[in-house]
Design a protein around this ligand. Structure first.
Ligand SMILES: NC(=O)c1ccc[n+]([C@@H]2O[C@H](COP(=O)([O-])OP(=O)(O)OC[C@H]3O[C@@H](n4cnc5c(N)ncnc54)[C@H](O)[C@@H]3O)[C@@H](O)[C@H]2O)c1
Length: 349
């Protein structure tokens, strides 16, 4: 049984705390949060758990072997770095870090310490996302032309802005689906309500294989939409994360170009509208599946699906999008080598 320490006991961590407490292979051992008011309900719900306002109750605790970091994004690098340096395996919430250099340092540190480092890209453990991944990798959709993703709702405003809050999900999903990273990103965004942090952003990602992706991200939408269209050369998919068992619809639709006969000039386009199929999805809670995958990887040494390197690439894409927001230009996504000296790490939170 693994002893788990959790840093950050805010809104989202309450889900993680439940999943950890319910895991047969884990024991919730210690929880740290700067705010004592967040710790009181945790202590009430999980008797016997050590709590403290100093992250040291987790990172400097020799009994803890797994650490879950669920604090605000700007604190992830320092806290995850301290936990890795202390020899723990770490699951860090999204966004992995707010700076690609920090993400590279964490990846190198995990390698050096031979510990599991995983990022909380929850959607990579969600049945509809995995069903679409299968449709793409099996060739059922044909070459992917483009992906159009709407992830919009009202609030909740956070320091990091809507780009760093919502885009990590779609970027991680796209990396997993397409199996490649975009080469460049363009972005438009605005801070309508709160100066200095965008509450609306539109991103366009250009992939080397030719696919295009458009992400609509907003904290200023009256309705909550999680709707992604994947248009392929053979079939098309609409993935609506709010639609429960009908989250994935596969449309046997397409547009085909038949070569023009010599004598008639223009190529002919034919439109095909066939059946619409709804694949059956397993009833799995993504967060639970993510946590159990983390424990599996710790025990077997396997590389997590949402590993640190994948998290690093995600942060590189987000950083390029952030640059594009500032410059108004299409920005290349940089992929620096991973051999960043670990000495760069500020090991103090
Ligand atoms: N995977 C997902 O689907 C998903 C969903 C929501 C949020 N998140 C992520 O979870 C993280 C937390 O989000 P939230 O909505 O719970 O935020 P929150 O503000 O509700 O909670 C953050 C908590 O961290 C504490 N904290 C801040 N700095 C700390 C430090 N240095 N040491 C210890 N505690 C500290 C705060 O007191 C607060 O209780 C974020 O990274 C967010 O992006 C992930």
């Amino acid at each position: 049984v693994h002893n788990v320490g959790v840093i950050g006991a805010g809104q989202w961590a309450s889900n993680g705390l439940r999943v950890i407490a319910e895991s047969a292979r884990c024991r919730l051992h210690a929880v740290a949060d700067l705010d004592p008011a967040r710790l009181a309900p945790v202590a009430g719900r999980h008797p016997g758990v050590r709590t403290g306002t100093d992250p040291a109750v987790v990172v400097d605790n020799p009994d803890v072997d797994l650490v879950y970091v669920a604090t605000p994004p700007a604190t992830h690098a320092a806290l995850a770095g301290r936990a890795l340096a202390a020899g723990k395996s770490v699951l860090v919430e999204k966004p992995f870090t707010t700076d690609p250099a920090d993400a590279a340092v964490l990846v190198a540190l995990a390698d050096e310490q031979r510990r599991t480092l995983m990022v909380g890209h929850t959607f990579l453990y969600s049945p509809p996302v995995l069903a679409v991944a299968d449709l793409i990798s099996s060739g059922a959709l044909g070459d992917v032309f483009y992906v159009d993703a709407q992830r919009v709702n009202l609030g909740r405003y956070q320091d990091s802005g809507v780009l760093w809050d919502l885009a990590p999900h779609d970027v991680a999903i796209l990396l997993h689906w397409l199996g490649e990273a975009p080469t460049s990103v363009s972005a438009t965004g605005r801070s309508f309500v709160s100066a200095g942090r965008e509450d609306v952003a539109f991103l366009t990602l250009h992939f080397p294989g030719g696919a295009l992706a458009q992400l609509h991200l907003s904290w200023l939408s009256p309705t909550r939409l999680r709707r992604t269209t994947v248009s392929g050369a053979r079939r098309m998919v609409v993935y609506d994360d709010t639609a429960g068992p009908e989250a994935v619809k596969v449309y046997d639709h397409g547009v085909h170009r038949s070569p023009a006969p010599e004598s008639f000039g223009e190529a002919q386009l034919t439109y095909r509208t066939g059946d619409i199929r709804i694949p059956r999805l397993p009833a799995v809670e993504p967060l639970k599946a993510m946590w159990e995958h983390f424990v599996d990887c710790v025990e077997t040494g396997a590389t997590p699906r949402s590993c640190g390197r994948q998290g690093l690439v995600t942060v590189q894409v987000l950083a390029a999008a952030e640059r594009a927001l500032r410059t108004g230009r299409r920005e290349p996504v940089a992929y620096p080598p991973l051999s960043v000296p670990t000495a760069r790490m500020e090991v103090s939170a």
